[in-house]
Design a protein around this ligand. Structure first.
Ligand SMILES: Cc1ncc(COP(=O)(O)O)c(C=O)c1O
Length: 426
């Protein structure tokens, strides 16, 4: 079957609302490689959007899932529970940053984790308002969408939004938005829009994902924690994209010297199987009454088995350390191309959560055309890349952290040739 044939059937059968960035149809995948239905091989620098941090079909994850398939596939944890759900919760309670007693719930997607984190924060504080950040992304459900700080395509046509959600400009020095400016807006917001005593939570991605791979500056996170404590506001860290070794730590919040009250997780936790979690201070997590949380598939046994295996793999293969070393190599290679590609305005990101941002050379004007050209040209050469950013001018790199050295080197060469070619043609 040909990619183009399936693409045409796809556009006939599937809502255009589900966008796709490539027109290659997957046939099989292994670690950091994907083969399409025409037998063409690609190196995967998307990892299913930060999901297969442990690679496609990691043998340990597959073995755990196969073993689970041989026992049972679904009972609904709320009807007949199972031990590995409890074990994974115990492990997350220990691993999520915060030196206090924690509890966990399992759901199925990142958006669902965010929804539940807000429900729990509201129940615990008996307050309704939530403060999020411009450029942030928290999912496509109603609360996730309201919290998301980007209109097109996530909010367009879907209003009215859930009320009592406010946005503070995310501090990005590169774009002239300083920490002080953001704090001043928050201060004004407390005077003009919402009394801090009505605010249940701040929700923040330690490194914005869809928004452009901008890292929360350390002092800003510490200030947020201070303001939260002053007003009895909870701090929710959305680690859906940053979690599970991606940033060189198991959780990005480990890098801040302050901790969140509630943490949302998904993506990398399941290594390719749908599982998401919310972990937080025990007394906060216990605020909703019995039956207030959960869902038919929440903590499905297959996802739970995968999650336990993923945690083993991250530890056994030292993936945090490996993320740092791969990220450094990638950033060095990009740095070496600055002269050849004057469109490069910034190279950044902790661990292996890296990005390169492009402007029109010598200006502050975002260069989405160049960014797309790089993505498309790399794809033609067999490297799958993703873009991101409010202006669509950022390429984000999310390869599996388990990528073999020779495949990684091959990908870096493709990236270099692509950037050189695109810059020369610009
Ligand atoms: C930070 C963050 N939160 C929430 C979500 C939503 O997760 P899902 O697509 O699994 O619903 C995403 C997805 O990209 C994300 O990056």
């Amino acid at each position: 079957m040909l990619n183009l044939e399936i693409a045409s059937r796809r556009s006939d059968a599937i809502s255009r609302g589900v966008g796709v960035t490539t027109q290659i149809y997957a046939e099989k995948a292994q670690n950091a490689e994907i083969w399409d239905v025409e037998g063409r091989r690609y190196i995967d620098f998307a990892a299913g959007i930060a999901v297969v941090n442990t690679g496609h079909r990691h043998p340990k994850v597959l073995a755990a899932v196969k073993d689970q398939l041989d026992h049972f596939t679904h009972t609904c944890h709320q009807v007949v529970p199972y031990e590995n759900y409890v074990r994974l919760a115990e492990r997350l309670n220990n691993l999520v940053p915060g030196d206090f007693k924690k509890k966990t719930i399992f759901v199925t997607t990142g958006a669902e984790a965010v929804e539940n984190a807000i429900k729990i924060a509201r129940a615990a504080t008996t307050r309704s308002a939530v403060i999020a950040f411009t450029g942030g992304f928290h999912g496509r459900t109603f609360m996730g969408m309201a919290l998301t700080g980007k209109v097109v395509p996530y909010k367009s046509g879907f209003g009215p939004m859930v009320p009592d959600v406010f946005h503070v400009p995310f501090p990005v020095e590169l774009h002239g938005q300083s920490i002080e400016d953001s704090l001043a807006v928050l201060d004004k917001m407390f005077k003009a829009d919402v009394d801090p005593s009505r605010v249940a939570a701040f929700i923040v991605e330690p490194v914005q994902g869809e928004g452009g791979f901008y890292e929360v500056p350390r002092t800003f996170m510490q200030k947020l924690r201070e303001i939260a404590d002053k007003h009895g506001i909870l701090l929710i860290a959305d680690e859906v994209q940053t979690g599970f070794a991606r940033t060189g730590k198991l959780f990005a919040m480990e890098r801040y010297g302050v901790v969140a009250d509630i943490t949302t997780m998904a993506k990398g936790l399941g290594g390719g199987f749908p599982i998401a979690a919310v972990t937080g201070r025990a007394e906060i997590m216990d605020a909703p009454g019995p039956g207030g949380l959960g869902g038919t598939y929440g903590g499905n046994p297959i996802g739970i088995a995968a999650g336990n295996a993923v945690l083993d793999v991250i530890e056994e293969e030292n993936l945090c350390e490996r993320a740092n070393s791969l990220g450094n190599r990638l950033k060095q290679r990009l740095q070496s191309l600055r002269e050849a590609a004057p469109q490069i305005v910034d190279i950044r990101g902790p661990g292996f959560m890296n990005a390169v941002e492009f402007n029109l050379p010598g200006t502050n004007t975002p260069n989405a055309d160049f960014t797309n050209k790089v993505r498309e040209r790399a794809l033609q050469k067999g490297l799958i890349l993703l873009t991101c950013g409010v202006y669509g001018n950022v390429i984000r790199f999310l390869a599996p952290i388990t990528i073999e050295d020779d495949v990684f080197n091959e990908a870096l060469s493709i990236l270099e040739t692509t950037l050189r070619e695109c810059a020369a043609e610009a």
